[in-house]
Ligand binder design. Structure first.
Ligand code: PGA
Length: 249
């Protein structure tokens, strides 16, 4: 089956001040010296999107947002529209991260609407799904994640650039990762749900794995069937660590 180029995306979460841009620059410099065959993106806090896009101008590292509002504009104090991220230089945006779902009550319908807003602004959405520890222990991981894919992917994604990220909630920031067999099982289920939802349009978009990816486990995770890249939190903050993951892909 045709696979798209792997995507390695870093999610800085609520970390990073302007001084952190030197990490983005070090990353780009290293990739200039020694290019890779994967796509690389960094998703800094919204305050740094424009500066990072400027810092990386003309380079291969794309900049992304971490969330966007469902609406294109309006009276939503504190929120950021997808078009604003695009205007600031972003090319991608993460939507439906579990920290947004759990901490801000975002539903599958909200995530789907955010993905639509991203597409409308010309951004590539990275749509996150993943089960909690309780759901995994109850044997419901595949069912939960499949349902999230069905509910969080708008049909308008078909034919557009996008990615799905499978991030088990219990693996995020914990140092724990699923076994390679568990990753393979869920990624196969995600692909099946994408095809059920989008038809042929669900066959090629990459499915990223996220949750405690680090230089030491990246190669084996990225070699699993249907793992089309990684969404990296903590290990994306330092260029050296992130490069270790990128070069393992
Ligand atoms: P982590 O986070 O790599 O720090 O586990 C991943 C994520 O939340 O995207």
């Amino acid at each position: 089956m045709k696979q798209s180029v792997k995507l390695i995306a870093g999610n800085w979460k609520m970390n990073g001040l302007s001084a952190s841009l030197q990490e983005a620059k070090a990353l780009q410099d290293s990739l200039n010296d020694s290019p890779v065959a994967v796509r690389v993106a960094l998703c800094p806090p919204a305050t740094l999107v424009a500066q990072m896009a400027w810092t990386l101008k003309g380079g291969t590292v794309a900049v992304g947002g971490q969330d966007c509002h469902t609406e294109a504009s309006g009276a939503f104090t504190g929120s950021i529209a997808a078009s604003m991220l695009a205007d600031a230089g972003a090319r991608l945006v993460i939507v439906g991260h579990s920290e947004r779902r759990a901490g801000f009550g975002e539903t599958d319908a909200d995530v789907s609407a955010k993905a639509e807003a991203a597409l409308a602004a010309g951004l590539e959405p990275i749509i996150c799904v993943g089960e909690t520890l309780e759901q995994r222990q109850a044997g419901d991981a595949v069912a939960v994640v499949s349902a999230q894919v069905m509910g969080s992917l708008p049909t308008s994604l078909s034919g557009q650039a996008f990615a799905v990220a499978y991030e088990p909630v219990w693996a995020i920031g914990t140092g724990l990762t699923p076994t390679l067999d568990q990753i393979e099982e869920v990624h196969a289920a995600v692909r099946a749900a994408m095809v059920e939802r989008l038809g042929e349009g669900g066959r090629t978009a990459p499915i990223l794995y996220g949750g405690s990816v680090k230089p030491s486990n990246a190669a084996e995770i990225l070699a699993v069937a249907e793992v089309g890249g990684a969404l990296v939190g903590g290990a994306s903050l330092k260029a050296e660590d992130f490069l270790g993951i990128i070069r393992a892909a």
